[in-house]
Design a binder for this molecule. Structure first.
Ligand code: DAH
Length: 340
């Protein structure tokens, strides 16, 4: 055989072998290619045999080219083999019968959710949402709300002082004064916000949430107050929820009342939650004490008003039938997840 013929055929075989290796998509295909080109009866071995038919002086060069071709084909084969093996292993690892990964969905916390729900009921009755600072002066928290200095009514409030004559507001009633100072009547506001007292047990937390209501306008009477609160509880709890007003005392309202609703747990029959009475005390209210108008420059001959204060935590506990206020604030995701 001629040297040039030999080299040309070898070149073709090498090309064919490399193409077959790189195009094999499975280990089986690759094994067939190996047998065809590198096997004992494979293409390259045929060329080793053909070496004998070459002229003696041509053998060193053709031998070198043959070895190079074998080296290229062998290393291309082992590269392809390890790639296909890796792919096969990866495929094995995907178990399509496994359940998918669930994404955890967050949800709104019960307190802001309840607060927003209460506010929106009052917004639909014509009230506007307003806010005020949580760190207050004695003036807005007490004095202008008709708590005289050293008056025993301040004891009800268990204040937390922060120095410099400032305290964490004990109620949202302060915003009554702040609003009336700034705005001429009519005023129809609800004030959601955090409030603070030195108090901590099953139903009290040092930080809690209130919604203050204030309506000052011409010819406002106690009937308006009761009508508004009745509409509110009917919408928040259920249309069958009854209410009753009991005389009470707050320095900033006169007359003042405590509002009870028919127990939402037992429907009024008497249970552990309502202590057998069939009634639950849910909020304080009253007609704005005219002495407040002196502080803000309103004319008590011109306007009258009512106010109320709702405990949001208590409302949420009643609505969702919870017995421990600390659940709201312990940050336990298992608890929070129950209320998506
Ligand atoms: N500020 C009172 C408290 O925190 C609640 C309250 C009672 C607010 C009567 C009012 C009201 O506006 O009229 O205990």
């Amino acid at each position: 055989m001629e040297k040039n013929e030999f080299l040309a055929e070898l070149g073709n075989l090498e090309e064919e072998a490399l193409r077959a290796i790189s195009s094999s998509g499975t280990l089986d295909e690759l094994e067939n290619a190996r047998i065809k080109f590198l096997g004992s009866k494979g293409g390259l071995n045929e060329f080793s045999k053909k070496m004998g038919t070459l002229k003696k002086e041509d053998r060193p060069e053709t031998g070198r080219v043959l070895n190079e071709a074998r080296g290229k084909i062998t290393s291309s084969f082992s590269e392809r083999a390890s790639l296909l093996k890796e792919e096969a292993e990866e495929k094995e690892q995907i178990d399509v019968t496994l359940p998918g990964r669930r994404r955890k969905m967050g949800s709104r916390h019960l307190i802001p959710k309840t607060s927003a729900e209460i506010c929106s009921i009052f917004e639909r009755m014509g009230f506007t949402i307003t806010e005020g600072p949580e760190v207050e002066t004695d003036y807005y928290n007490f004095e202008a709300l008709n708590f005289p200095p050293d008056h025993p009514s301040r004891d009800m409030q268990q204040s937390l002082f922060v120095g410099d004559g400032l305290l964490l507001r004990t109620h949202t009633s302060c915003v009554q004064i702040r609003t009336m100072e700034k705005k001429k009547p009519p005023v129809w506001i609800v004030v959601p916000g955090k409030t603070y007292r030195r108090d901590d047990d099953l139903t009290h937390s040092p930080m809690f949430n209130q919604i203050e209501g204030l309506a000052v306008d011409k010819n406002i009477t106690m009937a308006d107050l009761k009508g508004v609160l009745k509409s509110f509880v009917e919408e928040f709890f259920s249309p069958r929820t009854r209410i009753r007003l009991r005389p009470s005392f707050f320095p900033f309202t006169e007359p003042s009342a405590e509002v009870d609703i028919g127990c939402v747990i037992c429907g009024g029959k008497g249970c552990r939650i309502c202590k057998g009475t069939g009634w639950l005390e849910v909020l304080g209210c009253g007609m704005v004490n005219p002495v407040l108008y002196d502080f803000v420059g309103y004319d008590p001959e011109e306007v009258s008003g009512f106010a109320f204060g709702i405990g949001v935590d208590r409302m949420a506990m009643l609505k969702y039938n919870l017995d421990n206020i600390s659940r709201f604030y312990s940050g336990d995701a298992r608890f929070l997840r129950q209320f998506p």
